[in-house]
Design a protein. Sequence first.
Length: 108
Amino acid sequence: MSIRTQMRKGLLDACILAIIETQPVYGYELSKILNERHFKDVSEGTIYPILLRLLNKQLIYSEFQTSEKGPKRKYYYITEDGKKELDTVKHEWNQMQAPINALLKKEY
């Protein structure tokens, strides 16, 4: 497994929460959004286990909605606990990002 894959896996939950915070999405739509944002190798097979984990942690919830194109779709929404978790991850990310960038750019 590449370092890029490992790093992305560690942050993918937060990325998914960030997308769901902005808009309710269904699984395939989430996959498309991630791919549009340069997560090219994130498949639906990767996303659904993460969604299940986030559901089990009660960071998101789901509802079926009718679709104009076919069967009902399961849309995902962020919970208040999910928003708190996302805020925590954002804070931690911001705390780590600057020192790591400084070290990598040899600005110390």
